[in-house]
Write a protein that binds this ligand. Sequence first.
Ligand code: 2P0
Length: 328
Amino acid sequence: MKATAKAHTNIALIKYWGKRDETLILPTNNSLSLTLDGFYTTTTVQFREELTEDVFFLNDERILDEPYRRVSAFLDLIRKMALREGSYAEIHSNNAVPTAAGFASSASGFAALAAAGSRAIGLKLSEEELSRLTRQGSGSACRSIYGGFAEWQMGNEIDGSDSYAVPIAPQEHWDVRVAAVVLSDVAKDVSSRAGMKRTVDTSVFFDSWVNSIPADLNEIKAGIMSRDFTKVGQTAEANCLKMHATTLGAAPPFTYWQDSTFTVMQTVRELRQQGIPAYFTIDAGPNVKVLYLPENEQQVQETLRQVPGVADVILSRAGQGISYLDEA
Ligand code: 2P0
């Protein structure tokens, strides 16, 4: 009745930006990501008969507010699947995701929780089933079941049965790296969930965004398969810019970018002018992630560190999928 799982976060190269069902977490477009080795969550779930409610510890601290409710509501799904309603668990989660790095710990967090929770309660889920379950905790988490490159297929069914991630290429396929550029003065006033919803509800650019996805997906998958860094980088960067453009067409309009976000973007373009292939992508926040190849690591890192407003640069390689650490 106890299991421990480790899951890594992922960075979307083709972004998930829009839901068609907010309860089941069903997206309006396919997305594609690279799982990262540097950022992960390790979670132990133990179902214990004497408990009358779930107990959740994050980084050894008891959590009682909203994150607790989200974790417990997610365990409700697992209890329902296992026909074990009324069984409660003690959950210990540890994040090796520097919160300042601007990576959503929800991706690694819900992937690890789904894997440990389902195993602890005795469910034997396929990767597809696990991804479908994980999706209902946080959308992007369903891609973290797999190492390397993974695609979340949006599906068409209203019950979400065909909405889950599939592997595209394993971690060993290609040594592409990501620098997380952490800005020193970060103010995020629109959460990703709220920003996504406002965009779907009001952005005049939203349909164009959705319509642009199939071509971007074809292009980036061809680029991944042939290890064509220029093709992958150009497609990811353009896709990121389109996602962020939708926020400017929302009502009221908003943006996640700050001054130093622009400065880092411009620095990446200058690296390219100097012959260093590097491309940026940005999630629902001001920090920038830069894709680069191993042979350019030193120059990319040194250049980014010198940009005014940059507090830190954290490097990561491609990471692995879910792993189970101990069972009883
Ligand atoms: C992604 N993001 O594909 C995209 C790119 C942000 C930008 O997944 O499902 O708003 O409501 O938990 O927390 C944002 O994640 O998604 C996200 P839900 P959330 O990685």
